[in-house]
Design a protein around this ligand. Structure first.
Ligand SMILES: [Zn+2]
Length: 209
């Protein structure tokens, strides 16, 4: 597929805490960096997202006495999976993985910075109504088609892809440049939604200038 000047590569959460050795490590998570670099050479526009939580964030099991990581609870905005403390603002775990070399990225979008609301998607927080501002940014810059890569395939990548489709944008997930958590059948569920909503998937080898 030919990449054009109105395409954008959205690189999701390549942070130490999501990579091997991190607080919420995705298996083989750092293996996405090489294909992301391969894909990046074709794009004029690159955006990075960074999970960016307060120390007492509501999505942490540690904020809910008696609860453990990966349990689910009901918050006022709906069901929330509880995670180990991760990507706390200003910590090494929240830093981008040191092997990621995308210094020409034009925007770093931080998400999940409100203590009371988690944000998987780069477009809308988990209450599904609070906007991050990314849709307006893309619109004002005339960037229309989104290519997604990063961590984790079945959470932040998937939610971002589905929200972008909901906003009417063409979306392609670069499958070899993602890795999944796969919790409670999350991969099968997101792929069912990708098929229903028209989220395309391809590999970085399918891209061309
Ligand atoms: Zn998070």
């Amino acid at each position: 597929m030919k990449i054009t000047s109105t395409d954008v590569l959205l690189v999701v959460d390549i942070q130490n805490d999501f990579c091997p050795g991190g607080a919420l490590a995705v298996a083989d998570g750092d293996a996405v960096i090489e294909p992301i670099h391969r894909a990046a050479q074709f794009f004029q526009h690159i955006i990075l997202t960074q999970d960016w939580h307060t120390p007492d964030h509501n999505s942490f099991s540690s904020a809910h006495p008696g609860k453990r990581p990966f349990e689910q609870i009901e918050l006022d905005y709906g069901t929330q999976t509880l995670w180990p403390d991760h990507c706390v603002q200003g910590t090494r775990g929240a830093d981008f993985h040191p092997a990621l070399q995308l210094t020409r990225a034009e925007l770093i979008l931080r998400k999940g910075f409100r203590r009371a609301i988690d944000s998987y998607s780069a477009f809308f927080e988990n209450d599904r109504t609070t906007a991050t501002g990314l849709a307006g940014y893309l619109r004002e810059r005339g960037l229309n088609r989104i290519f997604l890569a990063g961590l984790a395939y079945d959470y932040c990548v998937a939610y971002s892809a589905l929200d972008a489709r909901g906003l009417g944008m063409p979306v392609v997930i670069l499958r070899d440049a993602c890795r999944a958590i796969d919790l409670n059948g999350s991969v099968a569920e997101c792929e069912r939604q990708f098929a229903a909503e028209g989220v395309e998937q391809m590999n970085t080898a399918d891209l061309s200038a």
